[in-house]
Design a protein around this ligand. Sequence first.
Ligand code: PLP
Length: 426
Amino acid sequence: MRHVDTTLSYAQLLDQQDALASFRGEFYQKEGTIYLDGNSLGLLSKRAEKSLLSLLNSWKELGIDGWTLGENPWFYVSEQLGSSLAPLIGTASEEIIVTGSTTTNIHQAVATLYKPTAKRTKILADELTFPSDIYALQSQLRLKGYDPDEHLIRVKSTDGRILSEQAIIQAMTEDVALILLPSVLYRSGQILDMKLLTEEAHKRNIIIGFDLCHSIGAIPHELSEWGVDFAVWCHYKYLNAGPGAVAGLYMNKKHFGTMPGLGGWFGSKKEKQFDMEHMLTHAEHAGAYQIGTPHMLSLAPLLGSLELFQEATMGRLREKSLQLTRYMMDLIEIELSNYGFIIANPLEDHRRGGHVYLEHPEAARICKALKANQVIPDFRTPNGIRLAPVALYNSFENVHRAVQTLKTIMEKEQYKQFENTREVVA
Ligand SMILES: *Cc1c(COP(=O)(O)O)cnc(C)c1O
């Protein structure tokens, strides 16, 4: 085992050396609470609050003219945000549109790019992915008249945690038309090798897209360089834009000009939209894949939130995130070795996303005990505990104290005061 200093003063020393420490003060954090659930719902920042209030004010002051006047004319914001998001995913700005939700964006991307032929009908996904992605793929298959039981392939995992890139590549058979995979698995936090998978898919003429919900804002991406066809993501996890914030869609340039599978007037060329013609003249960039009027109040916090990413920069955030998760795993190995936890995320830096994933048979009630002690984890049924130390607002001291709290809960068996069942929202 590596030598690790387990003292609180060492955690405090790491905080003093942290170049990103000042960003903590940008966020609203409850006194005495350690928030480790930023991979489900990121915290509110003062910038996000400010951009939301400013948008409300533009409505108050400008009424209908807010669409074209003011600091951020609403008509253009969904496209303009592409330039702030581009560095996070490594694409051109015009390949990004802020719109819809992750799930509706999967519907849009698949409706647009899935073009089954007599010999290629299948969609490839995996058995560990987030259920909503699977539901969307199943309904897209049904809409085209295919039975999902037969035409949706889900690559199996051998251990229920990790996917093998080789197994995915083997499943890229000649009847596969489209692939959708997670960039980072929502439970184990495994990073899939997007570059390799894209290369292999393209060798076989298969369209490939990724769901970046658990990677955007946590790890860097080079989607353009890798040639990924499309991607979707939400903005309420690591991007801190609030519950139900408007989501993101990336469409590779090479698909510009492809008729949107799901048409709507906000996909129009801007200058044509108000001609009110019944023939859609769609935009020649990712904006074509918008559907209806943008949900401005759920989009506004992103304007402020993204400023923080521009200032912190993705490289520095990733470096600190790796340091935080490494430190957390080290402390867990030392302090909790007697209590039956399994560290179920990949241990190597290049395969580990932004959170630590523990498995334990009493996970549900351990999470309840953590919450009762003001440490906010994330339970995943049946036996998973996700702990996300977020580089923008968590400190090394947070990690130290959270592990100490967990140790006390196990030592004193405090979790036994709770039932080992999941809450309605977990
Ligand atoms: C969070 C998450 C979603 C959520 O989709 P919504 O449409 O925003 O509800 C979908 N897929 C993955 C992989 C997620 O992590």
